[in-house]
Design a protein around this ligand. Structure first.
Ligand code: HEM
Length: 287
């Protein structure tokens, strides 16, 4: 199992011949977001002309784009602020959740015994294959899938490292003092794989790590894929629900297989976790 630091820098992308793809993808995503904001503003203008309230119901009031465009209209936000905030939501939400779903399927393909247990749970909720509807109440019954998702984000945290700046001198439990104003990195990848915290099999994938008896005495910050505190992920609940809905549909309809061994995974640190070689998965239809 390897882990290599990778600088998220323009010149490395240029050397690797990736800069133009990167630029093109980024431009396309930004244009897509710009169009969504323009569409929202045009719709609001049409409503204003028709003398309809721009924010219509309490349900819609807290939608992010409504709040951002409202701040723009009131002159609190510039157009760039709306665009930047929208970009954060989209970049923060999509790649992380998509990677979590892929990494979970990959791990289940590598560890078929856990895939079968997850399949049995999902089959008991959805006896028939096809494009069935999954409700919030259904997701609450997927208790084994919870263990699997937690274990997947433990061994492969979708965001491997976050950074902070100390706002005051910080004394660690071992007595070391980190002075005020220092940039620190919180290395979730290695903390999630610490044998001291997770035991001898810390480096392998085993959903039993999250059984109530095994998790009860762990430090509340031993597992932090969404981090904790005032700047933690605002989308964590949504991310878990959407990952469960997607996984339930995929695992009910297909069996996932791979010949790629878990031990050969080579992790490449970026803003989100990447793999040097992405294992190919084989899909077999389920009945
Ligand atoms: C499995 C999926 C996801 C993972 C693993 C994840 C993880 C994280 C992490 C580690 C952070 C950094 C927090 C920090 O610096 O302490 C973060 C921030 C953030 N996430 Fe997520 N996230 C996920 C999905 C989502 C979704 C679905 C949304 C939106 C609907 C979202 C929106 C955000 C935003 C806006 C921030 C910045 C919060 C701030 O700076 O105050 N994330 N996320």
């Amino acid at each position: 199992m390897c882990f290599s630091p990778w600088l998220n820098s323009r010149w490395i992308r240029q050397l690797a011949g990736k800069e133009s793809h990167y630029y093109q993808a980024k431009t396309e995503i930004r244009q897509f977001i710009r169009k969504l904001i323009e569409k929202k503003l045009n719709e609001d203008e049409e409503k204003e002309e028709a003398l309809l309230p721009t924010i219509q119901s309490n349900d819609q009031k807290n939608i992010f784009l409504n709040l951002a465009t409202d701040l723009l209209r009131r002159g609190v936000f510039s157009w760039k602020n709306v665009e930047d905030e929208s970009n954060i939501i989209v970049f923060g939400a999509f790649e992380t959740t998509a990677n979590t779903v892929y990494y979970t399927l990959m791990l289940l393909a590598m560890f078929p015994e856990y895939q079968e247990k997850a399949f049995e749970e999902i089959k008991s909720l959805f006896p028939k294959t096809g494009d069935f509807e999954v409700t919030y109440a259904d997701t609450q019954q997927m208790v084994y899938l919870d263990l699997i998702l937690n274990e997947s984000m433990r061994v492969v945290p979708p965001v491997p490292v976050v950074s902070r700046q100390t706002s005051q001198d910080l004394k660690l439990s071992n007595g070391i003092v980190i002075p005020q104003g220092v940039q620190i990195a919180i290395d979730m990848f290695h903390m999630h794989r610490s044998k001291q915290i997770w035991g001898e099999d810390a480096e392998t994938f085993n959903p039993d790590h999250f059984l109530p008896d095994n998790i009860r005495d762990k430090h509340p910050y031993a597992y932090i894929p969404f981090t904790k505190g005032i700047r933690n992920c605002i989308g964590w609940r949504y991310a878990l629900i959407s990952a469960k809905v997607t996984l339930a549909k995929l695992l009910r309809n297909y069996k996932f297989k791979t010949s790629f061994p878990f031990e050969d995974l080579y992790f490449v640190e970026d803003i989100t976790m990447k793999l040097k070689t992405v294992p190919l998965l084989e899909l077999q239809t389920r009945n």
